[in-house]
Design a protein around this ligand. Structure first.
Ligand code: PLP
Length: 303
């Protein structure tokens, strides 16, 4: 299988943080292009026979981590990759950076469309029609049932780690976008999974869980910050907690999803005893564009 050539089991490192420590599952180290939770979620497609298809198509944000991983998947599988986005800012079109730049380098064809979500939904419904057969449509963020087997392996690696270390109590943390990773992880893990909703409210996240799994017993626990945050917006405390973990641990976390979870994780580390495992879900190639935005808005954010 292709994945066994490309993937190695990701290491779990013991990380010292201030006067305490935690475990870090380094899914960011799975593979230089194809890593993090997107690698877990797309693993099924990596091993699947896609010879009936000539291209992969998806849609979403123009700096999305999923976009870069899909570009990687398509290039590994020798397929074209079409990605639908809302019209791009002119400056970015002239000077692509971050995930956009890296995805274009992998051969991604970008299609700008005002109503891409509606367009995509209409095309997906037609996907059983013969003429559409050659396109493999993957929903935004890879929120597909096919994500389950790859995330199940993540759960098995964590179980094995805990077993080897003789750890009986472990709480696992990771931030959620669509919630696909956290949900399938909790479904296959005996330890509690804690997450936080980065996109939308808790009700949005619970709804996403329900689309993938009816049994509420395997929903992860959703933790909250005191303040409400909007997805993709810049917050001084996000940059601060990201820098704090970077400096204290020497590990670069991700700047779009991780900060909200790290704010909660930091509180827990400083106030509770126990074994805590944070999953590094990759996505650091996107930090370049996030840092550029933080830099650009430095004055208005008083960083
Ligand atoms: C995509 C992504 C997430 C969100 O994953 P979901 O399965 O959609 O919840 C979290 N963290 C990082 C770094 C990501 O790239």
């Amino acid at each position: 299988m292709l994945s066994s050539l490309l993937f190695k089991e990701s290491p779990v490192e013991k990380i010292n943080y201030r006067n305490t420590s935690f475990w870090l599952k380094r899914d960011d180290l799975i593979h230089p292009i194809f890593n993090g939770n997107k690698a877990r979620k797309l693993k099924y497609f990596l091993d699947a026979d896609l010879s009936a298809y000539t291209k992969i198509a998806s849609y979403g944000g123009h700096q999305s981590n999923a976009m870069f991983s899909l570009a990687g998947l398509a290039s590994i599988k020798g397929l074209d990759f079409e990605y639908y986005v809302k019209p791009l800012p002119e400056t970015l079109k002239k000077n692509p950076i971050g995930n956009l730049k890296k995805s274009l380098e992998l051969g991604m064809q970008l299609i700008e469309l005002e109503n891409y979500a509606e367009f995509f939904a209409a095309r997906s419904e037609k996907s059983n029609v013969n003429s559409e057969k050659e396109t493999l449509w993957i929903r935004q963020g890879g929120a597909e049932k096919e994500a389950e087997p790859g995330v199940k392996e993540l759960a098995q690696e964590i179980e094995k780690f805990a077993d080897n270390q003789g750890i009986k109590d472990l709480s696992v943390f990771l931030p959620s976008g669509t919630g696909t990773t956290a949900l399938y992880l909790q479904k296959h893990l005996s330890f509690p999974v804690c997450t936080t909703a980065c996109i939308g409210a808790n009700t949005y996240l619970e709804h996403q869980f329900s689309l993938l799994e009816k049994n509420k017993a395997c929903y992860p626990q959703i933790l909250n910050t005191q303040k409400k945050y909007h997805f993709g917006k810049l917050y001084p405390e996000f940059l601060e907690v990201w820098r704090d973990f970077h400096e204290e641990t020497n590990v670069e976390f991700e700047l779009l999803y991780d900060p909200k979870m790290l704010l909660i994780f930091k509180e827990i580390l400083q106030n509770r005893k126990g074994n805590f495992l944070y999953i590094h879900s990759g996505g650091t190639p996107g930090n370049e564009s996030m840092l550029a935005r933080y830099n650009y808005e430095k004055k208005s954010l008083t960083l």
